[in-house]
Design a binder for this molecule. Structure first.
Ligand code: FPP
Length: 256
């Protein structure tokens, strides 16, 4: 990426919900002869930066893909060091998050996490639950397919117990059973590390997201690159299936 960062997007053109796939820690570390774990630790710096910047700009929600359902298949040593990093980062950062008014939540299959990590997560979530600032979600042991399946299972349970009729299941109700039920859809997905894939991140919630792929490796992701992503978003025409003409005359009734 080159050139100075463009000016920050105006508040009206900011995304409501930014999702980030933080890719490239391993390559960043390898290029410096460091361990992969060191690369993950270095990845905490842009995490702080994004939280700070999104908080200050007034972005409603930020969801970070920290560990996928598939990441459990990585070498045991790397998995252990990532779990240790999540534990220590939550402990270390919770005061500052709370001070900034950030509400922290972990999404994903938390039963797969150690009891100790689950307890720390529960306590950090409780501590920040009433905060009214940035809604920060860390996706840990998360997969978009897992999320859809757990929602389907929840609704099937309600049908089986007679509390819900199958014909009452529509998109709104289905979305209400997903992990991010209370949040608007992600409207901007940023993925670093040069890959152009969704990789089983928020499959349902990304339906209309604008996609920003950055060549930067995650530890090198900085304020200027975040600004570029926001500027990219601000320049998009978001059509949601409508025509450009319909968008320019929003007072006219929209036919199906
Ligand atoms: C992907 O890069 C990154 C991960 C699997 C871990 C992401 C975790 C962090 C950035 C730490 C954040 C911690 C908190 C508490 C939010 P990769 O390892 O796949 O990189 P590579 O593609 O270069 O190998």
């Amino acid at each position: 990426m080159s050139g100075p960062a463009p000016p920050i997007a105006s508040p009206e053109s900011l995304p409501h919900h930014v999702a980030i796939t933080m890719d490239g820690n391993g390559r960043w570390a390898a290029a410096r002869g460091l361990t992969r774990s060191t690369g993950h630790e270095a990845g905490l710096v842009p995490v702080r930066l994004c939280v700070e910047e999104c908080s200050e700009l007034g972005v409603e929600a930020l969801t970070l893909f920290a560990f996928s359902s598939e990441n459990w298949s990585r070498p045991a040593e790397e998995v252990a060091s990532l779990m240790g990093l999540f534990l220590s980062a939550i402990d270390r950062e919770v005061d500052e998050l709370d001070r900034k008014g950030v509400r922290l939540r972990i999404i994903g299959n938390r039963q797969a996490l150690s009891v100790r990590l689950q307890a720390r997560i529960a306590s950090a979530e409780q501590r920040t639950a009433a905060n009214r600032g940035l809604k920060l979600q860390l996706a840990v042991s998360y997969g978009g397919r897992w999320d859809i399946v757990q929602a389907a299972r929840k609704l099937a349970g309600e049908c089986a117990s007679g509390r819900l009729r199958p014909d009452e299941i529509d998109e709104r109700r289905f979305a209400g059973a997903l992990e991010l039920a209370d949040l608007p859809d992600a409207d901007l997905l940023i993925r670093t590390g040069g890959e152009r894939r969704i990789s089983n991140f928020l499959l349902w919630n990304l339906a209309y997201a604008e996609l920003y792929f950055s060549e930067r490796l995650w530890p090198d992701f900085d304020r200027a690159e975040l600004t570029r992503a926001l500027q990219f978003f601000a320049g998009r025409e978001r059509r949601f299936g409508l025509t450009g003409g319909q968008l320019q005359a929003p007072h006219l009734p929209v036919s199906q």
